[in-house]
Design a protein around this ligand. Structure first.
Ligand code: AQP
Length: 323
């Protein structure tokens, strides 16, 4: 069976964009791929974390995977810091990655603006660690949202370069970016993607938002000029809300447009809030039933399985490098 790898940073509680752009696709992939899903906690350290909150966020991300249907009996679920081969491989990749290549990464440029007081080396080097995450496991497929596409491209460049320099070692991974939901935009700024480390919680709908909080965020979401409920490239705000409505409500956009023909934003947003809250309540009911202890056991088991694969690979890499 071919292998797929993906991960999410525990920088906060996950949002509906993380679900629609990533986890939703992972659940289906389990039927056709041997999947490895990581909680990439070392990546998250590139942005300031409160240690206590961070520990709980790590468990919560794994719990989110489980609540959405990632099955630990079929897929490996583990955390990055439990398998030190990730950072070891990243170091080797650092020595063959060009600074100019990292300077082109849009996520770095974007985060450097948002986290002006903490533009650290780890933030700059993030894509190299991500390349190590993927290549360590010979993953053929990497399901991600659109924002991560550039990082997977760089991963391919690094794999190709290493293979050329030291002989065939790494499998060339393919990104899997789904057409719908790959880029859910911020509710407070539909020109930028929804992001869990955004400065304001009004940017995102967290998967653990209570219904009244989610409703408030939706009712206050930015709208475009013109009152029509119609999807269009030059109307990013309403198009984003329609996308969310369609994906969480399992409805075609054209049917939603028909339903709200002649209606105002308030009526449409009330309908959207209902759909979002139904989705959140169903998720939260499952999430809250999963105990921390249960998650810790699943992560330990996952680390043992991932660690065995990683050790085998790193031995080969060291040999190729002459170490
Ligand atoms: N807005 C989004 N729409 C669709 N997919 C998204 N993803 C993230 N935001 C959206 C996808 O979710 C996965 C997890 O991403 P991550 O946590 O590793 O980092 P990220 O891409 O930087 O996500 P965030 O939410 O913006 O987190 P922060 O604020 O911590 O950086 C990836 O597959 C991503 O594509």
């Amino acid at each position: 069976m071919k292998r797929a790898f993906s991960g999410i940073q525990p920088t906060n509680i996950l949002h509906i964009g993380n679900y629609l752009g990533a986890i939703k696709n992972w659940v289906e992939l389990q039927n056709d791929y041997a999947c490895i899903f990581c909680v990439v906690d070392q990546h998250a350290l590139t942005v300031k974390q409160d240690p206590k909150e961070f520990s709980q966020n790590i468990l919560n991300v794994a719990k989110t995977y489980l609540a959405f249907g990632i099955d630990p009996n079929r897929s490996i679920i583990f955390r990055q810091s439990d398998v030190p081969e990730h950072t070891e491989l990243a170091w080797y990749f650092n020595t063959i990655t060009k600074i100019a290549e990292l300077e082109r990464m849009t996520q770095f440029k974007d985060k450097a603006v948002r986290h002006k007081d903490n533009i650290n080396l780890g933030l700059f080097d993030y894509p190299v660690l991500m390349a190590a995450d993927i290549l360590l496991y010979d993953a053929e497929l990497v399901p991600v949202g659109e924002d991560q596409f550039q990082h997977v491209e760089l991963t391919r460049t690094i794999a190709e370069r290493f293979n050329k320099l030291f002989g065939k070692t790494f499998v060339m991974p393919e990104p899997l970016v789904k057409k719908h939901g790959a880029r859910i935009m911020g509710l407070d700024d539909p020109k930028k993607k929804m992001s869990k480390s955004a400065a304001s919680p009004a940017n995102y709908i967290s998967l653990l938002d209570k219904p009244d909080v989610a409703t408030k965020k939706i009712m206050r979401a930015v709208t475009d000029s013109g009152a029509e409920i119609k999807f269009s490239a030059d109307r990013p705000a309403i198009s984003n809300l329609l996308t969310i409505y369609s994906l969480l409500g399992n409805l075609e956009i054209k049917d939603i447009e028909k339903q709200y023909a002649g209606a105002g934003y308030a009526e449409f947003k009330t309908g959207l809030a209902k759909v979002v809250n139904n989705f959140l309540i169903e998720f939260q009911n499952k999430f809250l039933k999963i105990k921390d202890e249960e998650v810790k056991e699943i992560l330990a088991d996952g680390a043992a399985k991932a660690g065995a694969l990683a050790r085998k690979k790193i031995i080969d890499v060291r040999k190729k490098l002459g170490l």
